[in-house]
Design a protein. Sequence first.
Length: 448
Amino acid sequence: MRAVLVTTEKNPPALRKLQGLGVRAQLQPPDRIQTLESGTTDLVYLVPAELLKSPGWNEHRVRLARGSRCYIVFGDKLDTRATMAAARDGAHDVLDVKADNDKRWLAALEHAANAQALWWQLYGGQGDVDEERLVGRSTVMKNLRESVQRLAPTDATVLVLGESGTGKERVAEAIHTSGRKGPFVAINCAALPADLLESELFGAEKGAYTGADRAKPGLVEEASGGTLFLDEIGELPLAMQPKLLRFLETRLARRVGSTKEYRTNVRVISATNRNLSSDTETGKFRPDLFYRLSEVILNTPPLRHHAEDIPDLSRLFLRQAAVRVGKNFESLEPELLQKFQLHDWPGNVRELKQAIERLAFHYDGPVMRAAWWEVPPPRTPNTQPAQPLSALAYSGGPQGGGLPPSRRGRVVLARRLLEENAEDLTWIAAQVGVHPTTLYRWRKSGKV
């Protein structure tokens, strides 16, 4: 066991009892705080209670949190108020130099070191993530980012498929910002009445309908030189579909009430959580429009298929929530992240973000605690997911409706995927929606 003292004192007498534990003083500035690494999980930071009252404490605390470091506050005859203040600030433990014996000190240090070791084992010790649009280190997210990079310079029409809350619009924005300098204009096809959708898309002349007191440009005009994002494209009325199809084929549009056409240079990206392939068979969606929209198809994976990205996503959402609610939140307890990873998240990334924001509204920082979050009861969806992660996973769902949520269904799918590709366990685990260790146990026990 080692310990590092974060202090401005060169020879702190309060720590003489810890001789033999490798105590050494660490002077300011606070940027010397070491980020958690696999070989330093037994290095525990000890912070004197006096430092918590200093002007530079906030900087120390932020660096400790970003380094994924546990720290213990110690002092002489600390009262209840000081102890509670240290705990609210995020201290892993609070020790009294005179009141606590050697056994208590050693136990506290060991517990902090074990917590750091667990953090490293689960999350690799990373305390910070980049503010990027598509966060995640999993294979599926890396593949998605690579697809975005390949598509961005082209003018291909892209259809983004995925369950609700998986970040389809963020994918569209990432394609746009990487490839176009013009505006990004979005419209939700389910949010407007059918009789207004045409004028919103293509514009209207003055007097074209009641209330049209002046000419109005369409969204395809406003997005010229940029990208038009058609969200919930599966809800587009049938009467509107041939008009959109003609625009996609010619890039020519006509305002409502006009006899003249205009041309616009706009890239079109659409998204839906529906199974448009099935809708074309039932007559709910035109096949020719589907083929035109889906020159390239991208799938946004449900969160349960890349649970290893939850720590990075959670830290990003925590920072955003702290700014929104004006509170000092800097980190999440490892136990809370573990609870997050064990949850299925039927609402996907949107549900995770909402859960963190709700905790930020109700509690104070700087550490978001596991005890604050009650795991939601499991939901039984009325319908199967509209679009799975891949065509292979899709074909294995019941009635072709996606990945079955039951454990038995996942075992069946895993067995078939292993028969076709037994080498890439990580990829198969992502398709099935389980952790790779779970898949390994199933395989070892003969279930798959």
